[in-house]
Design a protein around this ligand. Structure first.
Ligand SMILES: [Zn+2]
Length: 420
């Protein structure tokens, strides 16, 4: 389906876009309550809106909060359920994202990659083992002072390149495709102002990850806010009277299982993460987040925390512990699996593009998880980059091409799937 001519068009188009988009400063800022959280994100959002219109997409619009929407109408005679492709324009506040100077390392020879703006920085397969799979290919990095922003400008460039390819080669079949670019994903607010009515039922994010990554599962997430109310007495006359809230709270935290912390868990294991402890002898507050792929396991953990609190109240008569438990987000798995074709078609599209699918579980939440809860099953498809949120972030050009090819095959797959 994809001729050499098409493949060459994709490579040139996705490369040109990626190198251009990463140079636009789009760092988000969690300390700012507006959406987008930073004014400079508008620069790329408006640029994308104009380029989508320039490509001939329809209903191109940008919302007051910076969400860009557009429609690629289906090819003649194609009947398929519509789907949406999403990517986020912002980059992580963990590293500088201004004045990104992308470096192309053509026909990379396998030796350590160096960075012109920081001679002490190196990138080798020791740092990122996947690198060795791309020997002889073109690798793109930043220049040493900033992150690259492949998370998620690779996804943005790939979606745009797919749209450009569909327009240039109308023989590639597809149904209606919606495009949506979002701000503020890196600060956990990528979907708070999204308009679900503007999206079809099925969506895909193109974000992160090694070629082949396909994610349809994320943590089930809870937050526990605890207040410890002690009894304050003049310390000189406190015997058998004082209950020191700060001391009791730290004892409580020390009682939580050490093996069940983020620093001692991986893969499918859940954890309790104490985010903060604050307090004095009269009042103390502990905030913890509880994570697992199974909601049942989280409920057991939270019950344990509640029982432990009651035990402490018995042990220190007069102490009051208040727990506020909040369900933050759910595992998208159970909703996504009710319509298995959304993942099956992505799996097949990757194979058709010559990429072996790697099914992964996200040890966190995603925009896709929140969208899934809004009724839009949204698995995640790789965008191709690695070592995100660091100055050694990198991506291979061939990985971006594979992501675009996956989108082309995905669209064909939905046409073959028909309307049910
Ligand atoms: Zn991302």
């Amino acid at each position: 389906m994809i001729s050499d001519t098409i493949r060459e068009f994709i490579l040139n188009d996705v490369r040109e876009r990626f190198l251009r988009y990463v140079q636009v400063h789009t760092t988000s800022n969690e300390n700012n309550d507006v959406t987008p959280s930073t004014q400079h994100q508008w620069d790329l959002l408006k640029m994308l809106k104009d380029e989508l219109a320039g490509l001939g997409l329809q209903n191109v619009e940008i919302s007051e909060h910076g969400y860009v929407y557009a429609t690629l109408p289906s090819t003649d005679g194609a009947k398929a359920a519509p789907f949406a492709l999403l990517a986020h324009v912002d980059t992580s506040p963990d590293q500088p994202g201004e004045h990104v100077k992308p470096q192309r390392h053509e026909k990379w020879d396998g030796k350590a990659i160096t960075f012109p703006d920081d001679p002490s920085l190196k990138l080798t397969p020791n740092d990122s083992p996947e690198l060795s799979l791309f020997k002889g290919e073109t690798i793109i990095t930043a220049s040493g002072k900033t992150l690259l922003g492949a998370d998620d400008k690779a996804g943005v460039a790939e979606i745009m390149a797919a749209m450009a390819t569909f327009q240039k080669f109308p023989e590639l079949p597809h149904g209606e495709i919606r495009v949506c670019f979002t701000p503020d994903e890196e600060i956990g607010r990528g979907t708070i102002k999204i308009d679900g009515d503007k999206l079809p039922k099925f969506c895909y994010t193109l974000d992160g990850g090694f070629p082949g990554e396909l994610e349809d599962e994320n943590f089930d997430a809870w937050r526990v806010d605890m207040k410890f109310k002690g009894i304050g007495v003049h310390p000189g006359y406190a015997k058998d009277k004082m209950i020191n809230a700060a001391v009791v709270a730290s004892r409580y935290v020390a009682h939580l299982p050490e093996w069940k912390t983020p620093e001692h868990t991986e893969k499918r294991e859940g954890f309790i993460h104490v985010v903060s402890i604050n307090g004095d002898f009269e009042n103390a507050a502990v905030t913890a987040i509880v994570r697992d792929f199974e909601e049942e396991n989280n409920k057991v953990t939270i019950e344990y925390m509640e029982t432990l609190a009651k035990t402490y109240e018995k042990r220190f008569p007069g102490l009051a512990i208040e727990l506020k438990v909040t369900h933050q987000y759910e595992n998208m798995r159970d909703i996504v699996r009710k319509t298995p074709e959304v993942v099956d078609l992505a799996d097949k599209a990757m194979r058709d593009a010559g990429v072996e699918p790697i099914r992964k579980s996200i040890r966190g939440g995603t925009d896709g998880a929140r969208l899934t809860q809004l009724g839009h099953p949204t698995p995640n498809i790789f965008a191709g980059g690695l070592m995100f949120h660091s100055r050694r972030e990198w991506i291979a050009e061939s990985a971006m091409v594979k992501a675009v090819e996956t989108v082309l095959h995905l669209a064909k797959g939905w046409v073959e799937n028909g309307v049910k």
